[in-house]
Design a binder for this molecule. Structure first.
Ligand code: NOJ
Length: 555
């Protein structure tokens, strides 16, 4: 396989509101990021992905954009952005942005114009339909888990606009060629500013079935999931091809599609040689604990064997046609330690490192979400009012609607809330964990001070942070780089159900015990290159022990 420049990258996702608050107003900002770039460089990552920094009313924390070509003042100015680009360049770091083009904010000038007059040229930039007998045009349920995906157009009695997500995020009408051109111009404007590419939000939702027909309800609310009529629907290929040809392809940009709903048999179209994107995120094992990515109350009991099958299936399917984007965390997921480490006693550095070894060395580009490299865990909340994230509230209400008790609903939300990943980054043990110098953070902060913070982990050579640093170095610049970057993925069978093991290229074997049992099994006679315990006893894996062996050294 020919190597593209982006296959070598190690991505690090920054959630700007929660990374570093340089001006101490409670919200993280671009100057804060600039300050901390050298620390990311020291970790070894090569590309940063910024969650949205555009002007936004922040109903969905920036995934509701009111001006695509302005920086939200909470984060800084365009001059700050230019400075961030310049400093990144000096450090040899690339920057990708989050591209949210399925919808805008309801405060976007296009939508504001569209609702003012039915003659507005922007009216057709959105999806507006007449209701049926005083009800919305159909029974599609919003993707955030609760309520119709239609809302009455302000000032109208019978016209509704469509929104896959919240009602403050009206969907754009991709059927309109003028709208598409305007989006491409905007994308090219950012590319000309030097961004290396984009993570592309909710991109499989841009095509809706044009019959706008009702569907069989799948809940007591009489509604059905909007994704059944609006996610990866026939006809999307035309939009995605055009988008790529008009923007990413000529710029040789890297693109990572948030492309839910793509079956493995379709991967070639999406990430093959002539695919729409460089990579897409595969959510199959991110959502191993819930029956559907958007319904937190349908929980699933899974085993290490299930996870092994899911990871292997994904790797084998992707390997056939293209390149993967490997992740265990992002701003929509709970912390991976809580999700994948089933024994609470190991939700510590041991667990953090075991998971790191497991996912980071898969074939594809690794994505690290801020705090993951420290081993940050979820924070338990005692009441629904303590949650900030709007989908947490929607999912709580839906669980109750489906007959669960308030206590059960709260536990579903605690396990899955997006707030888990969105707390301020713990830099040190000072006030607000060093996120700022004392102003109340935009999201209530866990008051507990622990050693899981950047400063403490610098001083501890056994910390999760140091493990990540060593692991990145092994991938990027060691005798194993070729195997770890370009090497094929090969599943390894082990005699133990609880072990996930695989080989990369000719010289790397990874073994991860995903249980709290000590296991005896046959392990290779290779050289130990990474180990999340201080010691290794031949043919033994301690609870949650994870080891990377160098094998076949004389080949
Ligand atoms: C996916 C994003 O990752 C999520 O945070 C957001 O709420 C939705 N798309 C809507 O933009």
């Amino acid at each position: 396989m020919q190597t593209n420049w982006w296959q070598k990258e190690v991505f690090y996702q920054i959630y700007p509101a929660s990374f570093k608050d340089a001006n101490n107003d409670g919200v993280g900002d671009l100057q804060g990021i600039i300050q901390m770039l050298p620390k990311l460089k020291q970790l070894g990552i090569t590309t940063i992905w910024l969650s949205p920094i555009y002007q936004s009313p922040m109903v969905d924390n920036g995934y509701d954009i009111s001006d695509y070509q302005a920086i939200d003042p909470r984060f800084g100015s365009m001059a700050d952005f230019d400075q961030l680009m310049a400093v990144s360049k000096q450090l040899g770091l690339k920057v990708i942005l989050d591209l949210v083009i399925n919808h805008t904010s309801d405060q976007h000038a296009w939508f504001q114009s569209a609702i003012k007059s039915s003659k507005s040229p922007y009216r057709d930039f959105y999806i507006i339909r007449r209701g049926r007998d005083g009800n919305p045009p159909n029974n599609w349920r919003s993707n955030f888990g609760k309520g119709s995906s239609w809302t009455l157009l302000p000032g109208s009695q019978d016209e509704y606009y469509h929104h896959v997500f919240s009602k403050q995020q009206p969907d754009l009408n991709w059927e309109n060629p003028e709208l598409r051109q305007r989006l491409y111009q905007m994308i090219n404007w950012w590319l000309a500013k030097g961004v290396a590419g984009f993570r592309i939000d909710a991109i499989t939702f841009i095509k809706k079935d044009q019959d706008f027909a009702a569907i069989t309800p799948d809940g007591v609310d009489g509604l059905g999931k909007v994704k059944r009529k609006a996610e990866n629907r026939p006809g999307i290929e035309k939009f995605l091809t055009e988008l790529n040809d008009a923007t990413f392809k000529p710029a040789n940009a890297v693109t990572v599609g948030e492309a839910s709903g793509v079956g493995y048999e379709q991967l070639g179209q999406f990430i093959g040689k002539k695919g729409y994107f460089s990579m897409i995120f595969d959510f199959h094992y991110a959502d191993i604990d819930i029956a559907s990515g958007s319904e937190w109350y349908r929980r699933i009991n899974w085993t290490p064997t299930d996870l092994r099958h899911a990871i292997f299936k994904s790797q084998m399917a992707i390997q056939k046609v293209g390149w993967g984007a490997n992740f265990f965390e992002n701003h929509d997921q709970p912390r991976s330690i809580n999700k994948y480490i089933q024994a609470p006693a190991y939700r510590n550095a041991i667990g953090a490192k075991a998971l790191a070894l497991l996912y980071f060395n898969l074939r594809g580009c690794p994505f690290i979400y801020q705090g993951q490299e420290l081993g940050v865990t979820n924070v338990h909340r005692e009441s629904i009012s303590a949650f900030n994230d709007l989908s947490s509230h929607d999912n709580y209400d839906r669980a109750i609607e489906e007959g669960y008790s308030k206590e059960a609903a709260l536990e579903f939300v605690n396990a899955r809330s997006r707030d888990n990943a969105r707390l301020p980054y713990p830099w040190d043990n000072s006030i607000n964990h060093g996120f700022n110098s004392g102003a109340k953070p935009w999201i209530a902060l866990d008051q507990q001070h622990t050693n899981v913070n950047w400063q403490s982990e610098q001083l501890d050579s056994n910390s999760a942070w140091h493990f990540y640093q060593a692991m990145i170095k092994l991938r990027q610049s060691s005798n194993l780089s070729h195997d770890l970057i370009e090497g094929d993925f090969q599943p390894l069978t082990s005699s133990c159900e609880q072990v996930i093991a695989y080989q990369r290229g000719h010289h790397v074997q990874v073994y991860v015990n995903l249980s709290e049992k000590q296991l005896n099994l046959t392990l290779p006679n290779g050289k130990l290159r990474l180990n999340n315990y201080e010691h290794y006893q031949k043919n033994t894996l301690k609870p949650y022990q994870a080891i990377l062996f160098e094998v076949n050294s004389n080949e």
